[in-house]
Design a protein around this ligand. Sequence first.
Ligand SMILES: Cc1cc2nc3c(=O)[nH]c(=O)nc-3n(C[C@H](O)[C@H](O)[C@H](O)COP(=O)(O)OP(=O)(O)OC[C@H]3O[C@@H](n4cnc5c(N)ncnc54)[C@H](O)[C@@H]3O)c2cc1C
Ligand code: FES
Length: 278
Amino acid sequence: MYRIVEREDLTPEIHLFRIDAPAVARKALPGQFVILRVHEKGERIPLTIADYDRDSGFVTVVFMEAGKTTQELACLKAGDSLANFVGPLGIPTEVEKFGTVVCVSGGFAAAIVVPVARAMKAAGNKVISIMGARCKDLLFWGDRMEAASHELIIVTDDGTCGRKALVTEPLKELLEREKVDRVIAIGPTIMMKFCAKTTQPFGVKTIVSLNPIMLDGTGMCGVCRVSVGEATKFACVDGPDFDGHLVNWDQLIARRCIYLEEESCSLEAWKDHVCQRA
Ligand SMILES: Cc1cc2nc3c(=O)[nH]c(=O)nc-3n(C[C@H](O)[C@H](O)[C@H](O)COP(=O)(O)OP(=O)(O)OC[C@H]3O[C@@H](n4cnc5c(N)ncnc54)[C@H](O)[C@@H]3O)c2cc1C
Ligand code: FES
């Protein structure tokens, strides 16, 4: 069992859990993820490692309530335990001295981008970060992103914080303003797709962290397959980071929707069950 040592609600629907998982903390690197189960009968869900502390053995994950399992997870509090917490999985984000790196995050992905931006800065890069969210209430960790960057641009869809824009607008302006050597874009699939489309005419390599449906996380089930260039890749073992200019975005978006009906039934059944117990 993996004990939740701390819970923090970053927004009403985005939560941070610090988990006692020394074996994961010992080997974790930015960009890797875990697969957890809330209880023995629960489904496996992948969550990115937002932070880790090798001394205390604690691993931080940040998740947004999306469907049944993430809502079930959100019912837990400090002191509760998870049945499984397997990782670190996937290939760490490539961190080296590239020059100027632009780190773009959307929504809950700010928690994933902060350690990447921090590592890029520590490697000697000039780091410019763009944080986007639908509105002010969904923004968090602006202070951490600022500390991890040389320049921070905040945008919201409704203009309640920072500039009223989508992340692609300041991204295009930066590409026109100065030489950018690498872009890292992590967030909703549609956001990553359009970041890649924005950088493509400038020829700037753009790394995205793909989030297909995953099951075993070890390359055996094939559920997470994605098309990247001419190749078929398994995001759990070959990724989750890929070159955004080579990803077949339409296929990824279609495959992520395959189980929408089942996911909705599962959420309804779980809510009925919870209501009957209450
Ligand atoms: C490598 C990776 C890292 C991720 N990191 C984070 C993170 O740090 N924080 C976070 O909030 N979310 C993260 N996700 C997405 C998270 O795994 C899904 O939101 C979660 O599995 C949804 O489960 P659910 O039962 O709550 O919702 P569901 O009702 O099952 O699904 C809601 C939505 O999530 C998608 N989804 C469903 N199951 C999975 C699955 N096993 N893997 C991926 N997507 C799925 C569906 O396409 C659907 O659009 C990550 C996904 C991947 C692949
Ligand atoms: S999740 Fe099964 S192969 Fe990747």
